[in-house]
Design a protein around this ligand. Structure first.
Ligand code: MN
Length: 291
């Protein structure tokens, strides 16, 4: 059995722009980069109800460099544009996997349709680090549509696992990653008990977005709680006491220094200064006007 090393309660919520009331359930500075590598940060926005509006809420143009952002929409709809010319709508169940790599400028807003209709918004944004040799990868993004994400039944059919990245039960997730990663999105109905096998040597964490889940018959997680596992061992037991939504992340650790400054994550202070200079010099490009 894989040992639970630590559990964490969610911190208070803060606003990202005027669109996203976010709780940072995981971050490398709170939990230690070595313990969570290759993951850096996991922000959980909502669930919260927005009234119908006219002007889309969100966060305007800002840069990223040296890592990837992964946005999972559970409720609501987002719109995104970036300096590589990419953009589009991320709907319920969809995932956007953006490689900031050598540098990108983007904006993240509620979609026009969601702004007009209002309603519940619930989403997760995960930051995944890039190893030094890939920090200069060209900016890019992958749109992973809900219908293209494989689903595997769990337990006696009371659970379902979506394979977003990596592999489970012989099904391959659609995300292309730079280092070995599993990103599994689970929905468990009450009483669902399941044994999951994860790779030996990976860093491993579980987030219970909603519901109550017992782990390995000992730890109980609920309400945006997070558990960090020891890297040894391969077996995790989950049992849901009510309907639960769970994210399970595993990844091969990147054994390199992590130096972060806001939206830049590099390997040294010198590289951070370079990133700031590049951004100020306009080298990350700009978002095409209009659209
Ligand atoms: Mn961003």
């Amino acid at each position: 059995m894989k040992r639970v090393k630590a559990t964490y309660s969610p911190p208070h919520s803060h606003w990202v722009g005027d669109g996203f009331p976010v709780r940072s359930l995981m971050s490398y500075d709170r939990m230690g980069a070595r313990n969570v590598s290759p993951f850096l940060l996991l922000d959980y926005a909502g669930p919260v109800d927005f009234k119908p509006g006219k002007r889309p809420r969100g966060v305007g143009q800002h840069p990223h460099k040296g890592f990837e952002t992964v946005t999972l929409v559970y409720q609501g709809e987002l719109e995104h544009r970036d300096s590589s010319g990419g953009g589009g709508v991320i709907g319920t169940g969809d995932v956007q996997w953006m490689t900031a790599g050598s540098g990108i400028v983007h904006e993240e807003f509620h979609s026009q349709a969601f702004t007009r209709s209002g309603g519940p918004l619930e989403m997760v944004q995960l930051w995944v680090n890039l190893p030094a040799r890939h920090k200069d990868a060209p900016a890019a993004y992958q749109t992973l549509l809900d219908r293209d994400i494989p689903r595997v039944k769990l337990g006696q059919g009371q659970g379902e696992l979506r394979v977003i990245a990596g592999e489970y039960g012989g099904r391959q997730g659609p995300a292309q990653t730079f280092t070995p990663i599993n990103l599994w999105d689970l929905k468990l109905e009450p009483g669902c008990a399941t044994d999951l096998r994860v790779p030996h040597g990976h860093n491993n964490l579980i987030v219970v977005l909603s519901g109550t889940v017992e782990i390995n018959g000992e730890e109980v997680l609920r309400d945006a709680g997070l558990a960090l596992f020891a890297s040894e061992g391969t077996d995790i037991q989950l049992e849901a006491n009510n309907t639960a939504r769970v994210l399970l992340l595993t990844g091969e650790p990147i054994e390199e220094p992590v130096v972060g400054y806001g939206p830049f994550v590099m390997n040294s202070a010198e590289e951070i200064q370079e990133a700031v200079n590049e951004f100020r010099a306009g080298q990350f490009g700009m978002i095409a006007p209009g659209g």
